[in-house]
Design a protein around this ligand. Structure first.
Ligand code: PLP
Length: 468
């Protein structure tokens, strides 16, 4: 299968090259030239498969000749063997026709493990075949860094450097990164904020001459196609368990960079009977404003109780725009020419978006109330991100008879123990216990390098680490 850029001017690439490349050279994002689809009969035949075999069926059409079936099965098997629940993505019922899809049973307790456990295994396999060794570099405000480190820690052909803002990530999040004692993992605590970290990474990708010979940087951020692709699988998995293809259902997704919910959109395009996808946002509501008022204008960042959804602009939204504009790369390039300017969709594009997507914004006060209400009504403890998804689902469903009768699946993107402060505002619980494999997190030794916000010192640290 070939992959093409959303801006229409970069060369098309194979699956393997797409995964090992970040942005396309024209500034666009790579998407498949055409999407594989499954008939009702083919979907019906997937019922009852375990997670790994289902993942194989969904992912295989994308990889083409680049991986044999055995290679792909091996990658998938290793990626999901680290999950602590046999079902990988179990469903829990919280109300009539309402389910929570628990996506937090991976090593770092957030849904990003689904993508990054897979990506780490995929990278390592492709690099081994090419005889290449690369350097993964990324910035994190919390969840992504630990998931990327866990994904790459066992990879022979990768060294990974993750920058986080010194003293500005939570203790659980920091310890999930700094207590990983693998020789190829390097944590840099930068004396600056998250933007400084991101700028440092951008500058490093632009000029890689500081790296030892034969090395190059590779990105693992949420625009990587393999991350999106791995996330399509759990939409099929949940829907099959709730009666697809006979039954049609809806999904509600706590949304930041639009990677997770875009995977749901792809599942729908591939034939899964999904009626609506609910974009659930916190106060950083650019996508909600876009769908409800056709107002896609960046506003200053708001720090919320759901920090993993604190974004100004959602990078993966461009992939949806490409489809909404009939895959016309020139039109997308024109629309996005000035990212800081307000953007308005044309009427046809907006109408097509609204056929698939509903949206809702939930503020911090309501997030806390929902955590309390759901605990009191169903004895189920939500993390703040998931609470936003549940509230959005309920508001949208109340609007239609059909919606109330269809199953609604709310994606649970993190374990509540990861965000104890928000949960403590809702309920007078004793400390929320971390799952067994992390009980000693606060006793483990840490390793990180504190560095000033200075590009040459960061580069010097990396260069030295890579040759020793
Ligand atoms: C990353 C993240 C999100 C947002 O996902 P996107 O794919 O960026 O939309 C939501 N919740 C949690 C807990 C996350 O870590």
């Amino acid at each position: 299968m070939k992959f093409i850029s959303t801006r229409g001017r970069a060369p098309s690439l194979s699956f393997a090259d797409t995964v090992l490349t970040g942005l396309a050279t024209d500034g666009g994002l790579y998407v498949p030239e055409s999407l594989p689809t499954f008939s009702r009969a083919e979907i019906a035949a997937m019922a009852g498969l375990d997670y790994e075999e289902l993942a194989f069926r969904i992912i295989q059409p994308f990889v083409g000749e680049d991986l044999s079936d055995d290679e792909l099965r091996g990658i998938i098997g290793r990626a999901y063997s680290t999950f602590r629940h046999r079902a990988v993505a179990p469903l829990v019922q919280t109300d009539t026709n309402e389910w929570i899809l628990e996506l937090f049973h991976g090593p770092t307790l957030a849904f990003k493990d689904f993508a990054l456990q897979f990506l780490g295994q995929l990278f390592d396999h492709l690099l081994k075949k090419r005889g290449e060794r690369v350097v993964v570099m990324g910035a994190t405000s919390g969840d992504t860094g630990s998931a990327a480190i866990e994904g790459c820690r066992h990879c022979d052909n990768i060294d990974i450097f993750i920058l986080h803002p010194h003293k500005r990530v939570s203790e659980v999040q920091r310890r999930q990164m700094t207590t990983v004692m693998s020789d190829n993992v390097f944590n840099i605590a930068l004396e600056g904020n998250f933007d400084d970290c991101q700028n440092m990474v951008k500058a490093s990708f632009a000029d890689q001459s500081f790296l030892p010979d034969g090395r190059r940087l590779v990105a693992v951020n949420s625009i990587n196609w393999a991350r999106i692709m791995a996330q399509i699988v759990y939409y099929f998995y949940a829907a099959l368990r709730l009666g697809a293809p006979e039954k049609t259902m809806n999904f509600s997704v706590p949304t930041g960079n639009f990677g997770d919910i875009y995977a749901g959109y792809l599942a729908r395009q591939m034939g899964l009977p999904i009626d609506q996808l609910v974009i659930a946002t916190n106060a950083n509501d650019i996508l909600h404003r876009c769908i409800s008022d056709n107002d896609h204008s960046p506003r200053p960042l708001v720090h919320s109780l759901s920090p993993s959804m604190d974004i100004m602009v959602s990078s993966n939204f461009e992939r949806l725009l490409f489809d909404l504009y009939d895959r016309d790369g020139a039109a997308v390039a024109e629309l996005l020419a000035d990212r800081s300017a307000p953007m308005h969709l044309d009427e046809g594009a907006l109408a097509r978006a609204r056929e698939v997507f509903a949206s809702c914004r939930v503020d911090d006060r309501r997030t806390v109330e929902v955590i309390r209400e759901v605990f009191e009504s169903s004895e189920y403890l939500l993390d703040p991100h998931t609470a936003i998804g549940v509230e959005a689902a309920r508001r949208v469903r109340l609007g239609s008879q059909e919606g109330r009768e269809q199953p609604m699946v709310c994606l649970s993107t993190a374990h509540p123990a990861k965000f104890p402060d928000a949960v403590a505002r809702a309920l007078p619980l004793e400390k929320i216990p971390l799952p067994a494999h992390m009980q000693d997190l606060f006793e483990r030794a840490e390793r990180m390098k504190v560095l000033p916000n200075d590009l040459s010192q960061v580069h010097e640290f990396m260069a030295t680490a890579l040759v020793t």
